[in-house]
Ligand binder design. Structure first.
Ligand code: MEV
Length: 440
């Protein structure tokens, strides 16, 4: 059984020895080790690439790579790559894509593309003195980072602004330099953090070298310098609209007006109730995270930012807005998405590179629109199901194969089960009974 003593020097072991040690934690050591090895890539060069993405890699963890076809965005047809394990997400996105492709498609626009970084510091002197020195500090910081920024500037990006923020009302002597960046097609984390760490050095130097600051560093202590994942000004809007009477489909078992009314109420509930808003927004992130993962983007950053944005009024609310008036149905998602199409894993991960190729090698703005639309597609699909037949029918149908796999069902058994459950309710119990029945 598991070795419970602290492990020293694990990261220095070679991969095989790491795997052996990890396998010793399982009761079936040998088969655990073999199983993990079966998920190694057959091409050692490709495996090496994955090993080097992260520390202590011993195997790979597979997720399905799927696509949602027919996503019409601003008149262009996309096949959207999605990486997600939840069985009904790609199906919901695809079905919404098809629904809206017959009603004018999705629309999207970029509102802004700014990123933010912060230098957090303590200053014990007078605020006015800092303010007086800000123009000179700003010049030193911008001039002192030109070797980092010149390439970004050539691409149309760089440092846009540096502001002094007085935070002393929250914490004694606490100030920030709030830095605004434009990082064009890269998510920009490395660029921003490199600039900010250089700022730390330059700011300290300014305080030690300037005669006006006799106490030098004693008065100014930089605590940390790091990008902020909250990017409320890196915003995209995606929406759908059509005449209410067009909201008609065979799985909407009510008249279009009643459907629009119920849909609107469901969205309003998510605006005012935090419990519902969380689930509502989770449904949006089903699509957004899946595209972020497929394209090698940082879905944790995107999630963190989206949830903060959802709380910007002081209360956590839904990220969508609805308007049902003058015979028109309009449903909008506005969300900050700091995405990149160059740098990071975007071209390093072979499948992320393929995802971007599948999308026609979009720039970051185009990817923001595609991703937001996919989030809206998933959310629209969820609300449409919730206010009509509920989600379980579709969800459990997609889950049928997971339950069958749990029982190691053969291909023949799966075929029989698909036919049998075509017009019946799927549940763990019903599938279990079905399998037992045919096996007898
Ligand atoms: C499930 O992954 C997502 C939903 O719960 C979202 C929602 O309730 O809006 C269906």
């Amino acid at each position: 059984m598991a070795e419970k003593k602290p492990i020293v020097g694990f990261s220095k072991l070679n991969k095989e020895d790491k795997l052996k040690l990890v396998a010793s934690y399982f009761e079936d050591k040998d088969s655990a080790m073999t199983e993990m090895q079966t998920f190694w890539h057959s091409d050692p060069q490709k495996q090496k690439l994955f090993d080097e993405f992260s520390e202590n890699t011993i195997s790979n963890f597979y997720f399905p790579f799927g696509v949602a076809p027919n996503m019409i965005i601003n008149g262009q047809n996309y096949m959207v790559p999605m990486v997600i394990e939840e069985s009904s997400v790609v199906a919901a996105a695809s079905s919404s894509a098809k629904f809206w492709s017959e009603r004018g498609g999705f629309k999207a626009k970029i509102i802004s593309t700014e990123k933010i970084g912060q230098v957090h510091f303590i200053w014990k002197g007078k605020t006015e003195k800092l303010q007086t020195h800000m123009p000179a500090i700003k010049e030193k910081l911008i001039y002192g980072t030109t070797d980092i920024t010149h390439r970004m500037e050539k691409r149309g990006g760089g440092i846009k602004d540096i502001e002094l923020i007085d935070m002393t009302f929250e914490l004694e002597n606490y100030y920030q330099l709030k830095v605004t960046f434009e990082t064009v097609n890269s998510m920009g984390a490395n660029f921003i953090n490199s600039c900010l760490e250089e700022f730390t050095i330059l700011l300290k130097a300014y305080f030690t070298e300037t005669d006006d600051f006799k106490n030098g560093e004693k008065d100014c202590m930089v605590i940390m310098s790091i990008l902020s994942n909250y990017t409320p000004n890196c915003l995209v809007e995606a929406w759908v609209e059509c005449p209410i009477e067009k909201l008609i489909q065979k799985d909407i078992d009510m008249n279009p007006k009643a459907f629009a009314w119920k849909f609107e109420k469901a969205v309003r509930i998510a605006e005012v109730d935090t419990y519902r808003a969380t689930t509502h927004n989770k449904g949006i992130f089903n699509g957004i995270d899946a595209v972020a993962l497929a394209t090698g983007n940082d879905f944790r950053a995107i999630e963190a930012c989206g949830h903060t944005y959802a709380s910007r009024s002081g209360k956590y609310r839904s990220l969508t807005k609805i308007s049902v008036k003058d015979g028109m149905f309009k449903y909008t998602l506005r969300i900050p998405l700091a995405l990149g199409t160059i740098g990071g894993l975007t071209s390093l991960h072979p499948m992320a590179k393929r995802s971007l190729q599948l999308l026609g090698n979009p720039n970051a703005e185009e990817l923001m629109m595609i991703t937001a639309v996919t989030g809206l597609a998933n959310n629209f699909g969820a609300i449409k199901s919730l206010v009509t037949k509920g989600i379980q029918q579709g969800h459990m149908k997609m889950h049928l194969f997971n339950i069958l796999n749990h029982y190691n069902a053969s291909e023949e058994e799966k075929k029989k089960a698909s036919e049998f459950f075509n017009d019946k309710k799927v549940s763990f119990q019903s599938v279990s009974e079905f399998i037992k029945g045919i096996r007898h």
